[in-house]
Design a binder for this molecule. Structure first.
Ligand SMILES: [Zn+2]
Length: 320
């Protein structure tokens, strides 16, 4: 039996703040601290006792486990970074500021994903209240994703010997509204990684080449509601769990941009639907004895933090 003692990875320094400029993007830069505080309001100090804080941002040598030198150097350009973050106004800011207010918090979240993956192996379930940058590939950032935290975490576990390449299966369950083209591109030629992706086919990134790498793809159309979404999840998940049977770890990108009022996701899933999705996925993985690191992924509405908190509360009610 898999022993489940949930761990939360979080830092108040995950928040992105650029004196209000960030509000030009539908992303809530403070959703990380809001999600933790909302969960704390409901759960109380048990959350604090089970929360660990990344001690430092991921370092260059850790990022190089996946990214190229050329790409990391390119990130020193405000113009390039503004394009990746999809916020053109950032191009006018000094790099020093972008480094401390944007890149550093993101590298802290990468560290958080690395820690969540390691904690999942020990404690069954770990949640990083950030990360899930699933559009970032080895030599390119896009769609608000700069660093490929998912694959960096997998590679880090391989380098430390906690996962054995060529032997230990890894399952990526990507239920963010967008197709996870970054980790799909990075995982090309890596037979240990099994990818399950349910996404809205009508929105960004429409990456056909990356789609070919998905082991089980469930493309949905804009407007898919609870019935369709949960119905498809229930239909495909058992086969995914069977195919990935014996997987050493699952990384679950629980993007809340499937929410009906999300400004970018285009789907029509209710708050109850989001909670049901997370419950179904986590319970299926735990029943199959697959440890899981959950990442919060995308979420572009003022209520995103509430959906994250809902699922965290569920985890604590169920397993603590
Ligand atoms: Zn997304």
């Amino acid at each position: 039996m898999l022993c489940v003692e949930p761990v939360v990875v979080y830092s108040p320094d995950y928040d992105l703040s650029l004196w209000g400029i960030e509000r030009l993007h539908p992303f809530d830069g403070r959703k990380f601290s809001r999600a933790w505080r909302e969960t704390h309001r409901v759960i109380g100090d048990t959350l604090a006792r089970r929360t660990i804080r990344p001690p430092r941002p991921a370092e260059r040598h850790e990022l190089l486990a996946i990214h190229t030198e050329e790409y990391l150097n390119k990130l020193r350009s405000p113009r390039y970074l503004a394009q990746v973050i999809e916020l053109p106004v950032l191009a006018a800011l000094p790099m020093r500021l972008l480094e401390s207010r944007v890149l550093k918090p993101m590298r802290l979240a990468v560290m958080g994903t690395m820690m969540a993956a390691r904690e999942a192996l020990r404690h069954g379930v770990a949640v990083n209240i950030a990360g899930g940058y699933h559009h970032a590939s080895r030599e390119k950032g896009e769609g608000f994703c700069v660093y490929a935290d998912i694959n960096i975490a997998i590679e880090t576990l391989r380098r430390s010997g906690e996962l054995i390449a060529g032997q230990d299966k890894v399952l990526i369950i990507d239920l963010d509204a967008h197709q996870g083209n970054g980790h799909e591109r990075i995982s090309a030629g890596d037979p240990d990684i099994f990818i399950f992706d349910i996404y809205n086919r009508d929105i960004f990134p429409q990456d056909r080449e990356a789609r070919a790498r998905i082991d089980r793809a469930v493309p949905l159309s804009s407007g898919a509601d609870d019935e369709t979404y949960i119905g498809q999840l229930r239909r495909h998940l058992p086969a995914v769990i069977r195919a990935a049977s014996g997987a050493k770890i699952a990384l679950y990108i629980a993007g809340t941009d499937i929410y009906e009022r999300d400004l970018l996701g285009g789907l029509c899933v209710s708050p109850e639907g989001i909670r049901a999705r997370d419950r179904i996925v986590l319970e299926a993985l735990i029943a199959a004895e697959i440890p899981v690191a959950m990442l919060t992924g995308g979420g572009y509405s003022r209520e995103s933090y509430r959906h994250i908190a809902n699922s965290l509360c569920y985890i604590f009610e169920k397993w603590v």
